[in-house]
Write a protein that binds this ligand. Structure first.
Ligand SMILES: Cc1cc2nc3c(=O)[nH]c(=O)nc-3n(C[C@H](O)[C@H](O)[C@H](O)COP(=O)(O)OP(=O)(O)OC[C@H]3O[C@@H](n4cnc5c(N)ncnc54)[C@H](O)[C@@H]3O)c2cc1C
Length: 379
């Protein structure tokens, strides 16, 4: 008996930043592309939703104003372990991931990808040089065949877990929690991103406060006891900024994935968080997710057009600069957060001044570079 299955050139799993951008560019290259998202959209994603302006060029479409928060962010205030305060101007994009990712899903569709939400990849296996994939939606299970698989299923990647279970531990390697606060904002400014560098509040990177429409987001991350770190940080915010109100929501994210990067094999490409691209030194991951998605789509297109190198080898070579930067930053961040002394040294006025000048310079350079050549900031 012959079972007929729907066939695609590319199945993109995960309708977040990486998956949506990946699907959009695959479709633009003329590849028959299916993008699936397991949740109903717009879906919530625990994320600060803050990016540099160059992110718009990375995702490839002009962002409509109504996809961004009402309050813009254009100032940064850093607090050092010694309570020194440093202010700077920096334009940022501020958005809710639910709204933004939904818009990106629609952009992928507009460029020709087929998009299905409430559709989960539940299993896959290699067959005839491609992938037979079992999908589950409201109507039950069904199989499709795709020549390429783009894994954009985030930091909990089940695709990666199936292929490389050793990349995941038993315990969480890091967790981040956001409190959504409403009420009297005290001394907090609507247009400022507050970055508080104190190891008592976060063992991994800075803790944060910023506004998104009606909500103030107060959050932090830690590699152990995240709740204890959050409670200390929340008390610090209450004591230092004079806010008065209530927490309306609490959302967290934790992962057991170790920090190894893996870009895939044969015709299976990992993009975004599933590849391990979050950069704690930079404090962001969406830009690397979008850029990896563009490179992934390009690698598949090139593998289809030219004989020879496999898509994953092409992808690895396009990504080499990003991978090098991420490995370098991981080392710097580990060293920086090793002790209060190393953290203080990394936030000295001289170092920050030097970093600030580099940031301004590369922001200007990025404006003229083609998206695939742009430097992910801070460099
Ligand atoms: C608290 C916090 C704050 C952050 N703040 C920032 C920030 O301000 N700026 C920034 O740039 N980065 C930030 N990041 C990092 C950023 O959120 C990630 O780098 C980014 O979301 C990665 O995008 P992605 O598309 O790879 O994965 P995700 O956004 O996680 O998307 C993966 C998608 O795949 C879907 N999925 C999973 N499994 C399946 C399956 N089997 N079938 C179908 N669909 C599936 C999921 O539902 C999800 O929608 C933050 C992260 C955290 C935790």
């Amino acid at each position: 008996m012959v079972i007929l299955m729907d066939r695609y050139d590319v199945l993109v799993v995960g309708g977040g930043i990486a998956g949506s951008v990946g699907a959009r560019f695959c479709a633009e290259y003329g590849l028959d592309t299916l993008l699936i998202e397991k949740d109903e959209v717009p879906r919530h994603k625990c994320c600060s939703g803050i990016q540099f302006p160059y992110f718009e060029r990375l995702v490839g479409s002009k962002i409509p104003r109504n996809k961004l928060c009402k309050n813009e962010l254009y100032k940064v205030q850093m607090v050092t372990p010694d309570d020194e305060i440093m202010d700077a101007k920096m334009d940022m994009l501020n958005f809710w991931r639910s709204t933004f990712d939904h818009w990106l899903n629609e952009e992928a569709e507009r460029y020709g990808a087929e998009f299905r939400d409430s559709t989960e990849l539940v299993d896959f296996r290699k067959q005839n040089g491609g992938w037979t994939c079992k999908l589950k939606d409201q109507d039950g299970d069904r199989k499709i065949y795709s020549k390429y698989l783009m894994a954009a299923d985030g930091g909990y990647s089940q695709i990666r877990k199936k292929l490389r279970p050793g990349d995941f531990g038993q315990e969480s390697t890091g967790a981040a929690i956001n409190l959504y606060f409403r009420g009297d904002q005290g001394e907090l400014d609507d247009n400022t991103l507050y970055m508080i560098h104190k190891k008592e509040f976060s063992t991994l990177m800075f803790s944060w406060i910023y506004r998104k429409d009606e909500d103030w987001i107060i959050g932090t991350g830690a590699d152990h006891d995240p709740m204890g770190h959050l409670e200390r940080f929340y008390k610090y915010v209450l004591d230092n900024y004079g806010i008065d109100g209530k927490i309306v929501k609490k959302k967290g994210f934790s992962s057991t994935q170790n920090d190894n990067l893996w870009l895939g094999r044969d015709n299976l490409l990992f993009i975004g968080d599933s590849a391990g691209l979050v950069d704690l030194y930079r404090g962001v991951g969406m830009d690397a997710g979008a850029l990896s998605a563009r490179f992934g789509a390009r690698a598949i297109h090139e593998a289809e057009e030219k004989n020879g190198k496999a898509a994953v080898d092409r992808y690895r070579s396009h990504m080499s600069r990003i991978v090098k930067q991420k490995i370098k930053h991981d080392k710097i961040q580990r060293k920086r957060y090793a002790s209060d002394e190393t953290l203080k040294k990394s936030l000295s006025k001289g170092t920050l001044m030097k970093d600030g000048i580099k940031l301004i310079l590369f922001q200007k350079i990025n404006k003229i570079l083609p998206p695939e050549k742009m430097v992910l900031l801070p460099p």
